[in-house]
Design a protein around this ligand. Structure first.
Ligand code: GAL
Length: 705
């Protein structure tokens, strides 16, 4: 079958279905409506590929799709990949895996979606393990016979031959494919996120600092540890409880351990009073001692996990039971959200514990499908529960899949390689995922600082002390540095919050890979080439760029890893300043930076305006007002749009928000002058009074003792 009928699913998005693909797939599981208005605003675009070069076939056992691949094309995405940014030349086996140590494509969040450096994207909407030969195989009909090389004499011979196709393989009868147009790589990602319902907008407190206490802490111990943050003047918004809060765990009950938490409602109220939200760890497997066990049993799969139930949450009745219990026992007393652990099992991990691929579920799904979408089902239930209460949630999850952009969860892992963690920050941004390079422990103070610095610039800044009992001040000799960065995270809250609002409304990832920037090039790539998408994203920048990333539009973060004090950084075009050093750099190529332990190299664009608030102990609550300082960098005029809403509810979905444009212009005498639009009449603005600092080259000091 090669004559297609691509149906336009939204402006710049096309769909093609062949055969009868299974109904339970990420798009239907999440069931979000695309943000059509925002997609329309991006404008229509032509189908980005030569249709005749795409071949799709739905067979009885497997379905395939073959897409053309140009020689200079780079392929990004496939979810939370830890090993590489450019996925070309590899076969990706997109299976959920809780222990993804090898470069096979398996990961906590394998997403059957890629973005091409040529400015288009392809998604296969499937609950199956999808395999993608991503420029790793060559077809007989490719006409590439002349590319055969002689290994005896040719030193350029490569194990992976040059290929001209990306081939998708989906088990089962039927395939559903979406194509997203560009022209820029960022446009593709934006369309994907908007088509998925827009990015998530977390509550403001979600962007503060998080800390998880040891796994068997009592209410009193938890409260005491939380209050230590106040004593140390380290901001903290969320305290996470680990397995011990359940009356039984592995499998879990979702019921409070009354010995450790005699009065959960009072505990939650005391935490709230002290300015802390509480997040609960849980996993999917229900203990025979749980009250909901009996009801859930007939709605569960054929195999247990740790002798607990694996419920079939594609069934509305099962969802209802879980949600009713959670709403009553947790949400109603003020619990702010969940860490959804171990929904990423697979049988081939170090310790086998997951239900098998051949497990049967009452809905008709098998174990393979359930494992691929389990993470999505849990994220969706968390979102649904808090929507019912008109409260936003933000939490963690260890498994995800496609179209998850709008879901309020951030991925994490038991892996602990810091370089891989930074690479994952870059890669997650291609597929509508958020990732936190969590900090658990460190062999010394240097590693501790380097990890804390990075996590403070990530979508969720957290210490996960569940096993090690670490605290920000665990290495006293570097406590001031750690405090400085956690406080900086708090000062930057208005900046982060605005970056997430752009994720929500415009689909722009808040923390993202350099490959999504539009003005990357090598210094020497001349004039007009700059405007060519192909060159700007493709050949001109022959770089992997997996160890630096953007936060919002103005900050470029280039971490140093333990053992290093010097590194190269690729700076896009233009003038940049060292955020804390004030040093001036010409972009458009590589520079070298040296930094002591008390500095993570972060660069600010000339003309950028950063909105900063005081490093409060925790995020402002709805209705509170905080002073704002607008800090303009350098000598170029600039503009910035500041987002604001109540920070906690879904009122913004009904228009209860505002964008205010701040501008720095050249005034009469040639001096720079800053102005910001007034807040709309009747709107309760979070920021006020607003003051300006214009033409700085380094971040102003905090102004505290
Ligand atoms: C792991 C999880 C850790 C911690 C632990 C508690 O699966 O990744 O962060 O929560 O469980 O048992």
């Amino acid at each position: 079958m090669s004559v297609h009928a691509w149906i336009q699913a939204a402006p710049g998005v096309w769909k093609f279905a062949a055969g009868s693909p299974p109904e339970a797939a990420p798009l239907s599981v999440i069931g979000r409506r695309p943000l059509l208005e925002a997609l329309e605003e991006m404008g229509n675009a032509a189908f980005p590929l030569e249709e005749s070069r795409i071949r799709i076939h739905a067979g009885p056992k497997r379905s395939t799709a073959v897409f053309p691949l140009a020689e200079d094309e780079r392929i990004y995405g496939f979810g939370l990949q830890f090993m590489k940014v450019n996925q070309r030349g590899r076969t990706r086996y997109l299976r959920v895996n809780s222990d993804p140590k090898q470069d096979t494509g398996e990961t906590h969040a394998p997403v059957p979606f890629y973005v091409s450096s040529r400015g288009y994207g392809v998604l296969v909407n499937s609950s199956r393990i999808v395999t993608v030969c991503c420029g790793s195989v060559v077809r007989m009909d490719s006409g590439m016979e002349d590319r055969a090389r002689d290994r005896n004499s040719d030193r350029g011979w490569k194990a992976t031959p040059v290929s001209d196709t990306v081939e998708w393989v989906v088990p089962g009868e039927g395939i559903e494919i979406y194509v997203f147009s560009g022209p820029a790589v960022m446009d593709v990602v934006r369309r994907y996120n908007l088509f998925s319902g827009g990015g998530v907008l977390p509550p403001r407190w979600g962007l503060g600092f998080w800390h998880r206490v040891p796994k068997s802490f009592s209410a009193e111990e938890t409260l005491a540890e939380a209050l230590e943050f106040r004593k140390h003047e380290v901001p903290c918004d969320v305290i996470g409880l680990e397995p011990g809060w359940h009356s039984k765990s592995y499998p879990v009950t979702y019921e409070w351990n009354r010995r450790l938490f005699p009065d959960p409602a009072q505990f939650a109220a005391r935490m709230e009073e002290a300015g802390f939200k509480v997040n609960l760890w849980e996993h999917p497997y229900v203990s025979p001692d749980a009250e909901i066990y009996r009801e859930l049993k007939p709605l569960s799969g054929s195999h247990t996990v740790w002798h607990g139930l694996a419920p079939d949450y594609t069934l509305p009745e099962a969802r209802e039971i879980y949600m009713t219990q959670h709403l009553k026992e947790h949400v109603s007393i003020g619990i702010s959200g969940y860490k959804l652990d171990e929904c990423d099992g697979s049988e081939l991990t170090r310790n086998s514990w997951m239900f098998p691929a051949h497990a049967e579920f009452p809905s008709g799904l098998d174990g393979e499908q359930m494992r691929q979408i389990y993470g999505l089902l849990f994220q969706k239930m968390a979102d649904d529960m808090y929507r019912l209460r008109n409260r936003r949630t933000y939490g963690l999850v260890r498994a995800s899949n496609a179209n998850a952009s709008s879901l309020p969860s951030v991925l994490y892992s038991d892996l602990y390689d810091h370089r891989q963690f930074v690479r994952a920050l870059c890669n997650a941004s291609f597929s509508g995922l958020l990732w936190t390079p969590e900090v658990r422990k460190a062999k010394d103070a240097e590693e501790w600082v380097r990890r804390i610095q990075v996590v403070c610039f990530s979508p969720l800044a957290m210490i996960n002390a569940w096993a090690d009992g670490t605290k920000p001040w665990s290495f006293p000799e570097v406590e001031p540095i750690v405090r400085k960065y956690i406080r900086l995270r708090m000062r930057l809250m208005p900046y982060f919050y605005t970056a997430f609002a752009r994720y929500k409304f415009e689909g722009v990832p808040p923390v993202r890979a350099m490959q999504l920037e539009s003005n990357l090039r090598k210094k020497d790539s001349g004039g007009d080439e700059l405007n060519s998408t192909e060159l700007a994203y493709g050949r001109a920048v022959d770089l992997e760029l997996d160890d630096q990333f953007m936060v919002g539009d103005s900050l470029l973060v280039a971490p140093l890893f333990a053992g290093e004090s010097l590194r190269e950084v690729y700076l896009p075009d233009g003038v940049w300043y060292g955020l804390e050093t004030g040093e001036r750099y010409e972009g458009g190529g590589r520079i070298r930076v040296e930094a002591d332990l008390d500095i993570i190299p972060v660069f600010v664009r000339d003309g950028a305006i950063l909105p900063l608030m005081p490093a409060l102990a925790h995020a402002p609550r709805a209705g509170e007002q905080v002073p704002l300082e607008l800090v303009h960098f350098g000598t170029a005029p600039g503009a910035y749009r500041l987002y604001d809403d109540d920070g906690e509810t879904f009122a913004y979905e009904n228009g209860e928000y505002e964008w205010r444009t701040a501008e720095v212009r050249i005034a009469g005498e040639g001096a720079l002058e800053g102005t910001i639009q007034d807040s709309r009449d009747g709107f309760h603005a979070t920021y006020g009074p607003i003051t300006w600092k214009i033409g700085v080259t380094a971040l102003p000091a905090e102004g505290r003792k």
